[in-house]
Design a binder for this molecule. Structure first.
Ligand code: MN
Ligand code: MN
Length: 292
């Protein structure tokens, strides 16, 4: 039954989150952190639901280390990790202050508190804008802004972003939450409260299975269909499997419009961003936070 798999994915994500808290330290290479997190997910019986995001300071989301990355952990870092069990997803994130900075800590508290408020409130029948209102009011009470063009999302089997979107502000759109699995992810910043597209992230998703001429591109496409299906993946994973020729294949698949590559998401005024995220399984008479 899928419910058991959703709960299993959540439990693994929760355990890996606790493990991640012990390994994220200043100056540790991001590549090492990402690989340890993803190895731990597999060790516990899941698979990564998407590439581990390790986004620092004004990068709000979508930084995953490339295969040859030398970036070290620093500043205000967001650790956003995903687990799936046969396509049943858990999505969770937390933020860490690696420079003992008062404002970082306050930013972290703001997004965390917003998530806690939602956790007490969210249930079948909740309206999406009521959740957005709670997030907005909580973050604003810290004199920060929520990021308005990032949002929570419903999840379905092998679909990380499916169905409903749950805003981080009161957008007045009263969509009703029905039974299902939802990720809630408040982001807080001192900046303008929006993100813009940055550099290509090396995180991709399949958009079209159509034929591609080059043999390496075709080989990679077949592997993607088999291994990731419609879940996000990254160049680092494919370099591990195929060597650096994977980068050439990925480029062709992107040009041929088989793949979409996500950009990094940067806070519009280059201010630091914090994030907190948990997954909620909403049932008729109760809501379970699967990733706590
Ligand atoms: Mn996430
Ligand atoms: Mn999410």
């Amino acid at each position: 039954m899928d419910k058991e798999k959703i709960l299993k994915a959540g439990k693994i994500a929760s355990q890996v989150k606790e493990y991640a808290k012990t390994i994220v330290k200043k100056d540790i290479i991001l590549l090492e952190i990402a690989e340890k997190i993803e190895d731990k997910i597999i060790e516990l019986g899941g698979k990564p639901g998407f590439p581990t995001n390790l986004s620092i300071n004004e990068i709000a989301a979508h930084y995953t280390p490339p295969h040859d990355d030398e970036t070290k952990a620093s500043g205000l870092i967001k650790i956003d990790l995903g687990v799936h069990v046969d396509g049943n997803l858990a999505d969770t994130a937390f933020s860490v202050d690696l420079e003992d900075n008062k404002e970082n800590k306050k930013l972290i508290e703001a997004s965390q508190k917003a998530l806690e408020k939602v956790a007490k409130f969210i249930k079948q029948g909740s309206k999406t804008n009521e959740i957005g209102y709670l997030i907005q009011k909580t973050i604003e009470s810290y004199e920060f802004s929520p990021i308005i063009n990032l949002s929570g999302h419903e999840m379905k089997k092998y679909e990380l972003h499916a169905g409903l979107t749950i805003p981080n502000i009161d957008d007045k759109r009263e969509f009703i939450l029905e039974k299902g699995t939802y990720a809630i992810e408040p982001f807080a910043t001192k900046g303008g409260g929006r993100v813009r597209d940055g550099k290509p992230s090396g995180i991709y998703i399949l958009i079209d299975e159509k034929n591609v001429r080059s043999p390496i591109a075709r080989e990679i496409l077949e592997f993607i269909l088999e291994e990731y299906k419609t879940l996000p993946f990254c160049s680092r994973w494919l370099v591990k499997k195929f060597g650096t020729k994977a980068l050439f294949g990925l480029k062709q698949l992107e040009q041929n419009e088989n793949l979409h590559q996500f950009p990094q998401l940067i806070e519009i005024s280059n201010q630091k961003v914090s994030q907190a995220e948990n997954t909620f399984l909403i049932e008729k008479d109760k809501t379970i936070s699967t990733t706590e």
